[in-house]
Each structure stands twice: as C-alpha cells, then as structure tokens.
Design a protein. Structure first.
Length: 292
C-alpha cells in the first residue's frame, strides 16, 4: 500500500510539474474598443495567436465607444509584460497617456498592429514609441519617410502626407535583418496573404531597427518604394514591436503574421525569443500559408 501511495504521489508531482512547465509565463493586454478596422473580429484572432504560442495569458481592455467619456478608461499597463494596441480612435485621458509612456519607458513591451499606427497623431511620445505612423494629420512635420534604397535605409524629408496604401493584394515580405530574434531563421522572402500594404508612413523614426520591408507596387496603387513592414523601436528601457500588416482577420491568419506577432510580442516583453524553429507551414517566397 505504501508503495502504491508513493507512486501516486510521484505521478501527481509529475503532473503538476508538467502543468507548471506548460503554463504561460507572460501576460499580455490587448487594447481595443475603437478602430476604423474590424476590431471586434481581429482582437480574437490576435488573442488566439498569442495564446497558441504557449507563452502568453491574454486579457483585453475595451474602451468606451467613439464620442463617449474616456476619462475612466485606465488599463493597468504595469500588470502586463506586453501591451498590444489594436486601437485607433479618440484620445485617451492625459493620465492614461502618461501611464503608457511610463510603462514603456520603464521597461514594458508595446506591440503596434496595423491601424494602431494611425492613432494619436499629435501625441509626441506615442509617435516616438511607434517610430512611424500614418494618417492622423501626419505630414513632413511629423518626421521623414523611411525607405530601403540601393542596399541601405534612407530618410526622405520631402513634403507630403503620412500614410497611404493601394489595393489589397498578397505581397512579399523581404527580411533585411535575419539575425534579430524576431526574424532569425525566416526565409529571405515570404509571401504574405492579401492585405493592405501601408506605405508613405512617417514619424520620428528614432532608435528604430527595420527587420523587413515590402515593395509597394505602383501597379497596385503603391508608392513604388520598399517600405518598412516589420520593425522595432527602443524607447527608454522598453521595447516596441511594430507591424503595419493585419488589416483583417484573414490577413492575421497568415502564418507569417502569426509567427512575427508571437515572436515580436515575446521580444517586446523579454528582449529575447525562446522558440527559434519555424513551423512547417510557414509561407515560402511564392506560396502563402494561413490557419483557420
């Protein structure tokens, strides 16, 4: 009987140990509630993408609707390892803005997805955190365009608005820094599913590392430039991961998008990425790959 009890105890301990090893060790907060895109259907895809990595437990903070009182919208950013913005809408209160600045500056992780870079065009620190943004009144006073030309990144200060895109279509993502934890091991080029290819983004573009670009083809209504498509920004002690991809739930189901989101959020939270092996269904240079 004693042997049986001892064996049962060992099994219980092993089970609990396995659970502890498998349990997510990072916490992320998705912020939504307003967006000119379909946040009600994209937030669940973002949440699932992060949670299937096995690294994140994910909560959601949903703001009041457009035009409503924002004074009490005050997510506790400091409770999380990473904050993921799926928000584009009314200004937050000054206290909530300051809380985000202090959170990132103090070492928190921030993830900017697609139209979140349209937000808060006149909020100085937010533009510094995101590096580049579009629309929201942005122009040459907001900072330069940044493009990849002749093997190097250039800053274009010519006059013009910030933010545009052509028709939605599949496009190649070209890795420009294959040694960064987010992009390490990725093929040099991979084909993203149909999406909006943001171009002519502009902003302070300081402390920014561009990991990948995409060519905004004029035949699709694009700028004719190789535009930043995956990049990071250092802000104080914090890390920001920014992807202009992700217009729709379908775009977010691209395996390339999912993997860069998972890696980008983990890197923003910790400064490193544990899992370097790419999934077998990662897209290739000429073939897209999506998950349901």
């Amino acid at each position: 009987m004693t042997r049986f009890v001892s064996f049962a105890v060992v099994l219980l301990i092993s089970a609990f140990a396995s659970f502890a090893l498998a349990a997510p060790d990072l916490k992320a907060l998705i912020v939504d509630g307003q967006n000119n895109h379909d946040w009600r259907n994209t937030t669940p895809v973002l949440k699932a993408g992060l949670e299937t990595s096995g690294r994140f437990k994910v909560d959601v903070a949903t703001s009041p609707t457009n035009g409503q009182d924002m004074s009490k919208f005050a997510p506790k950013f400091s409770d999380y390892d990473a904050v993921v913005s799926n928000y584009n809408g009314d200004p937050w209160s000054k206290d909530t803005q300051q809380a985000l600045v202090e959170y990132v500056k103090g070492g928190g992780g921030l993830v900017i997805v697609h139209a979140a870079n349209n937000s808060f065009g006149d909020w100085k620190e937010y533009n510094e955190m995101i590096g580049l943004g579009g629309w929201g009144g942005r122009n040459e006073k907001s900072g330069p365009y940044v493009r990849f030309k002749d093997g190097k990144f250039v800053r274009d200060t010519s006059p013009g608005g910030g933010g545009s895109h052509g028709a939605q279509h599949p496009f190649q993502v070209v890795i420009r820094d294959g040694e960064h934890p987010v992009t390490k091991g990725m093929p040099k080029e991979w084909l993203h599913v149909q999406d909006e290819l943001y171009d002519r983004l502009r902003g302070p573009a300081e402390n920014m590392t561009i990991l990948a670009t995409s060519y905004a083809d004029p035949a699709q209504g694009g700028s004719g430039e190789h535009e930043p498509m995956i990049f990071t920004v250092d802000f104080g002690k914090g890390r920001v991961f920014h992807t202009p991809m992700g217009h729709s739930p379908e775009a977010m189901r691209c395996v390339g998008f999912i993997v860069t989101l998972q890696r980008g959020a983990e890197w923003a939270a910790t400064g490193k990425v544990k899992e370097e092996k790419l999934p077998d269904d990662f897209p290739t240079a000429d073939k897209t790959s999506s998950r349901n």
